[in-house]
Each structure stands twice: as structure tokens, then as C-alpha cells.
Design a binder for this molecule. Structure first.
Ligand code: DX5
Ligand code: ZN
Length: 218
């Protein structure tokens, strides 16, 4: 079952309420929430207070993408803010296995993010414990960048790793995914599709969501 995870980063911050209400009325089940610290990536997005406010107004599954150094410092804040899934880049901590177990101990699902330069071999000693793998198809830090087709083979390889593990792990892709290029990512075998500028744009949130699901269900 394929699902869309609209990326909050591209929402209208001057009218978040309106955008969340439209998502609540749509087919969408997930909301992708990018947290950037200006250190691991050269951009700052928003913190947990904003997430808490949104949590009061939606039942969407909060899919948190941490782009911060020392993700271990954010786990309790995120739990308190109502996060459901927390994914981090393994190079941002000295102890990825410990971060995975802390996230799960706090009742959330744990994900590992593969940056564009990160080899999937990093999953070897993590795959037995994680719930999600997020593959970057742009260099993280900014919305609205071009999808990197060179990552399609990587998505296929990780799909195979998941299938061979026999575990129930969600394969998520993030960066530059649009209605007109999602077909090739579907073919590569992803489950969960992040889209920021492909959802929050002048064509309209509801219209874009409907189009993605039409393609998913084809
Ligand atoms: C990039 C973020 C993405 C971004 C996606 O650092 O991790 O989630 O918001 O936005 P688009 O779909 O516009 O590339
Ligand atoms: Zn993201």
C-alpha cells in the first residue's frame, strides 16, 4: 500500500491552519515534518512547539525527519510533541543503535535516513531493529530541489534488503518527488512518498493529493 507524506516545510506558514485542514479532509494519512538545526544542514526549519500546536488539530501520523546533530537530545521533546515516527541520519550521532532503542523505548517508531552519499551498508547492524528506512533523493536542507534519478538503483537495492530481512519496514523516499516523476520511484519499490513542493503549490493541495493517489492506485 503506497502512501503520500506531504512535507510541512513547503506549507504556507502564514496559514498553517488552512493547509492542515485541507490535508485532514484529504486521503493523506502521514505528515512529513523536517527538523533542521542549521548545523548538520545549513538551514533552520522549526521546533517542537509548532509540532505540538499542529498535533492538537490533526490525527495525521507525524513522520519526523531529523536533520540535526545529536538526535538523542530531541527524543523526549518529540515524544511530548506527539511524534509517531522519528528518523535520523546515522552520521549525526556516535551511537545510532542507542538512538534507535531510545526512540522505540519512548513508544515511537524508529527510522534511519540514508543521505545521498550514505551507503546502504550502514543498515547492516541496524536493520534488525528499525521500522523505517528513508532514502534521500536530494541533498537534505532545502525544499524545492531536483530529484536525483541516480538514486533509483539505491532504492531498488534497499527494497531488496528489506524483503530479504523478512521484517516489516517502511521504505520512504524524500526529495524532488512530483506527480510527473513519481512513476519511476513506484517502479523502484518505495512505500511512502514525501512531497513538499509537489503538494503545496498553486495547483491546490487537494487536487495534488488526489492526483498522487490516482497514480498510486493505478
Ligand atoms: C529536504 C527535506 C524534504 C523536503 C522535500 O531537506 O528533507 O523533506 O521538504 O521537499 P520537496 O518535495 O519540495 O523536494
Ligand atoms: Zn524530509
Amino acid at each position: 500500500m503506497r502512501e503520500l507524506a506531504p512535507s510541512l516545510l513547503a506549507a504556507n506558514f502564514y496559514n498553517l491552519k488552512g493547509d492542515i485542514e485541507l490535508l485532514n479532509k484529504s486521503h493523506v494519512k502521514y505528515l512529513h515534518i523536517d527538523i533542521m538545526d542549521g548545523s548538520y544542514v545549513p538551514n533552520i526549519s522549526f521546533g517542537t512547539d509548532i509540532i505540538k500546536q499542529i498535533r492538537k488539530n490533526t490525527d495525521l501520523i507525524f513522520d519526523i525527519h531529523l536533520m540535526v546533530n545529536k538526535p538523542e537530545n530531541q527524543i523526549l521533546n518529540l515524544k511530548d510533541a506527539g511524534a509517531d515516527i522519528v528518523s535520523f541520519h546515522p552520521e549525526t550521532t556516535d551511537h545510532p543503535n542507542r538512538v534507535v532503542s531510545e526512540i522505540k523505548k519512548n513508544g515511537m517508531k524508529a527510522g534511519i535516513v540514508l543521505n545521498t552519499h550514505t551507503h546502504e551498508s550502514v543498515l547492516e547492524y541496524l536493520i534488525q531493529d528499525i521500522d523505517l528506512i528513508l532514502i534521500m533523493t536530494v541533498v537534505p536542507g532545502f525544499g524545492g530541489q531536483q530529484f536525483m534519478p541516480s538514486k533509483l538503483e539505491k532504492i531498488k537495492r534497499v527494497r531488496k534488503m528489506i524483503d530479504e530481512s523478512g521484517r516489516d519496514i517502511i521504505l520512504e523516499v524524500d526529495g524532488g518527488i512530483k506527480i510527473d516523476n513519481v512513476d519511476q520511484v513506484i517502479e523502484a519499490g518505495a512505500d511512502l512518498y514525501v512531497s513538499g513542493s509537489g503538494v503545496f503549490n498553486p495547483d491546490g493541495i487537494s487536487n495534488n493529493v488526489d492526483k498522487f493517489y490516482e497514480i498510486f492506485n493505478k
